[in-house]
Design a protein around this ligand. Structure first.
Ligand code: ADP
Ligand code: MG
Length: 466
């Protein structure tokens, strides 16, 4: 989370063109401790703007000198106050529709200050809302290595494709890539669910539309591409995009410009693109359901978010604790240091096909129980666990031998868990107590699992309890 800023950290950048408004602005703002900077004259405004909190004031007269495109290049999501003749009809062919805050040339000091204060408050509110309401748990080795990839690739402009099952945290990883970008990270993060774009509305959603371009288009509307200017566009469930929409998307990404419906003015695009998929896009390319050219454009860098099972009990328990802590509040935080063993064992043993999302749901429920009852009420918690298990029976409750009708995900899960246990045992040189602690489960459960998966230390026979 960025630290909140004070009013005296605010810079006002003024592009005055031929309007002569800079001195007046400086006078009106004299009682506020802000810096008023003539932006027309800065040779390298990009450098200057980096990392600063600012509001731009642009006079309509910059259009004549071609200064508008220069200005929009360096704004990077900064709010803009547009100074234009009063009552002038807004003309989106002349300037971008997001310049919604308008001051007349004969603005009064009070009008200017009210508007600047409002924009600063909006910026503050935006800053006070954490980008991520809670921690990103990544204790397991596979998550650690994913996070180091994320750190390595965050601050580059290449497109990223994030793979992973539903609920594993693909969007969280995309946000992580966003905040890690030195430039686009300061702009907006615009998530778009590609599976939820109604037929026929692709253009209006992605390209936006001009006012009156079709019945019902009462206001001009910026499409997703424009909304993401200076930030990150996150295309979720990209595999759900029908083929005819894939062509349109590809064309925009190639041309890097977009034209709103009902308009002829091309708008230059500038954002970082991250896409995510829970289906195997390569397979979709093979079967002809996904365009190969679009795939290669999206998948310059590929990241794979591991399933919750692959992360193992270390992450399951840590996520469980983190979510419970956020539900129960500070007062109860202490009691979370030692979750009862029966609870950690149960969580470690449960299979969550819905991944982190499903585990979070269970943790919230248990958090509410503990907060309301003021204790680890085993009966109520067991009931919550049983409900969750009904959604996803634990592998322990199924026969060890896989049956023909058994879903592939279960067999994969068993194989993954077996490997995870073996590698933990090897790490701890087959010391069971340390391995159990490492995995966040009790010795008894470890022993049961070793028996179930017939894991022995190279010696024949069924493992015995130690
Ligand atoms: N590593 C993590 N630590 C804590 N919470 C996480 C983590 N990864 C995901 N979550 C949470 O799990 C839920 C699902 O994550 P999301 O990114 O929406 O998954 P996906 O996009 O893969 O379906 C969200 O509530 C998210 O905050
Ligand atoms: Mg998602």
């Amino acid at each position: 989370m960025r630290t909140p800023f004070h009013f005296d950290e605010l810079d006002l950048y003024v592009w005055e063109g031929k309007a002569d408004v800079l001195d007046r602005i400086a006078r009106c703002m004299a009682s506020f401790d802000v810096e008023v900077i003539r932006a027309d004259g800065i040779p390298q405004p990009q450098e200057r703007l980096k990392g600063r909190v600012g509001v731009a004031i642009i006079s309509v007269t910059v259009i004549d000198g071609g200064g508008l495109s220069m200005a929009s290049e360096v704004l990077q999501g900064m709010p803009v106050i547009w100074v234009a003749a009063a009552n002038r009809d807004r003309d989106t062919r002349l300037y971008p529709a997001e310049y919604q805050h308008i001051l007349p040339f004969d603005f009064t000091g009070a009008e200017l200050r009210t508007l600047v204060t409002k924009l600063v408050q909006q910026l503050r509110a935006h800053d006070a809302t954490p980008d991520r309401p809670d921690v990103l748990v990544a204790n397991s080795e596979c998550m650690q290595s994913l996070l180091s990839e994320v750190t390595a690739f965050a601050d580059c402009d290449h497109n990223v494709l994030v793979h992973g099952d539903t609920g594993v945290g693909k969007e969280r990883i995309a946000q992580q890539l966003h905040v890690g970008h030195s430039l686009y990270g300061k702009g907006p993060f615009v998530p778009v669910n590609c599976g939820a774009i109604p037929d026929g509305l692709f253009e209006s959603h992605f390209f936006g539309h001009a006012k009156g371009s079709f019945t019902g288009a009462v206001h001009a509307h910026r499409g997703y591409f424009e909304q993401a200017t200076g930030g990150t566009l996150f295309l979720d469930e990209i595999g759900d995009l029908p083929r005819y929409q894939q062509v349109k998307l590809l064309r925009v990404l190639e041309d890097n410009v977009v034209t709103r419906l009902g308009s002829t003015v091309p708008i230059k695009l500038d954002f970082r693109l991250v896409a995510a998929t829970n289906c195997d896009l390569r397979e979709l390319v093979q079967s002809g359901d996904f365009r190969a050219d679009l795939f290669y454009r999206l998948a310059v860098i590929e990241l794979q978010v591991p399933s919750l099972e692959a992360r193992g009990a270390v992450d399951k328990i840590a996520i469980f604790k983190a979510v419970m802590a956020s539900v129960m509040g500070e007062a109860h935080r202490e009691s979370l240091h030692d979750l009862p063993y029966w609870l950690t064992d149960a969580i470690a043993d449960m299979y969550f096909p819905g991944n982190v999302r499903q585990l979070r749901n269970l943790a919230e429920r248990v958090g509410v129980i503990v907060r309301q009852m003021g204790a680890w009420d085993q009966t109520l918690i067991e009931r919550a666990l049983a409900l969750a298990r009904r959604m996803s029976p634990a592998p322990g409750s199924a026969p060890a031998d896989t049956e023909p009708g058994e879903p592939a995900s279960r067999r994969n899960w068993d194989a993954t868990e077996r490997n995870r246990i073996i590698s933990a045992l090897e790490t701890k040189e087959w010391r069971r107590l340390e391995t159990a602690q490492f995995l966040g489960i009790s010795r008894k459960v470890l022993w049961e699992k070793m028996r179930k998966y017939q894991i022995t230390n190279g010696e024949p026979g069924i493992p015995q309890p130690d």
